[in-house]
Design a protein around this ligand. Structure first.
Ligand code: RIB
Length: 311
């Protein structure tokens, strides 16, 4: 797929403050464990993808919301400082900002995340046609209301905008229409399993599950596979892209960096085949650093990483 555009990415999505808690091992039910020093780090799947798209070549506008609390003002200011247009990110009175508690396994860099949506639950799609006409790509996730995503995607589709949905966090009972209005789905393996109810261990199983998901109306599925890379599946094409192995410090926002990088590249008219290796490199680099938004790399860092790891 190739689109000739201007690099404009519209993100509809969540904005969270991440309460990052380093631990040695996930606690069992009823167990108390000691943790390392807690850090407050800007996150949220939507905001992370927006920061990635902005640092990786996109012009970014965000539709989201924060609460009228200390987190909210900090989070919105951070996004503005990244050059992201936040005119459609209201500060809502009487509600908390989105907050995510992240348990970070210090040895593996893997995490467990609990999200309290707060103001994210109040996000509505703008019906200003100009904002969709401006965009080349609409990027969405599932930490804002599903109906908001459907409304935004309908407006975007009417304006000829490519719609990307990262179905995270995934759930089993998503409305059919959400898939029908999304051109490209970006599940990871776990999300693909949740969406299809199928086994997704081997690559042939992942291909089969992706084919089954395509039947709901999207044209492209790009499954992110962690260290195994990414698999692009359409009706008549399968392509596996390898990832460069890295020592993971914290995998938080690796998927969001991939998504933002992909959105920025597609919005500039690049093809999926050309964009996925760049997006994989962005995701790999994000794994080598602590936190969500601080871990998102710049274009220069991604290109250097790709040069250093050329086969
Ligand atoms: O994808 C990582 C993000 O998920 C974190 O930043 C957290 O806020 C949750 O939204």
């Amino acid at each position: 797929m190739s689109i000739s555009k201007h690099g404009n990415v519209l993100v509809v999505g969540s904005i969270n403050m991440d309460v990052v808690t380093p631990i040695k091992k996930l606690p069992l039910p009823g167990q108390t464990i000691m943790a390392g020093d807690v850090q407050l780090i800007p996150g949220g799947k939507g905001a992370n993808a927006a920061v990635a798209a902005a640092r990786l070549g996109g012009n970014v506008r965000m539709i989201g919301a924060v609460g009228d609390d200390a987190f909210g003002h900090t989070l919105k200011t951070n996004l503005i400082n990244e050059g992201i247009d936040c005119d459609r990110v209201p500060v809502i009175n009487g509600i908390s900002s989105g907050t995510a508690v992240i348990l970070l396994d210090e040895d593996s860099g893997q995490n467990a995340i609990m999200v309290s949506p707060g103001a994210n639950a109040k996000v509505t799609a703008s019906d200003d046609k100009k904002v969709y006409a401006w965009a080349d790509v609409l990027m969405m996730q599932l930490e804002t209301p599903v109906q908001t995503n459907i409304d935004a995607a309908r407006h975007a589709r009417n304006a000829g905008v490519t719609v990307i949905l990262d179905p995270a966090p995934a759930c089993e009972d998503l409305p059919e229409e959400l898939f029908a209005v999304s051109d490209i789905l970006l599940p990871n393996e776990t999300e693909l399993a949740t969406l299809t109810g199928m086994d997704v261990t081997s690559i042939p199983e992942i291909m089969a599950a992706s084919q089954s998901l395509l039947k709901h109306g999207s044209k492209h599925i790009i499954v992110t596979l962690g260290p195994r890379g990414a698999l692009w599946v359409t009706d008549n094409h399968n392509q596996l892209f390898p990832a460069t192995p890295v020592k993971a410090v914290d995998t938080t926002a690796a998927g969001d960096s991939f998504a933002g990088a992909l959105a920025a590249n597609l919005a500039q008219g690049k093809t999926i085949a050309d964009s996925v290796p760049f997006a994989l490199a962005a995701g790999s680099l994000a794994c080598t650093r602590l936190g969500a938004q601080p871990s998102v790399p710049t274009t220069e860092q991604v290109l250097t990483f790709m040069q250093q790891h050329q086969a």
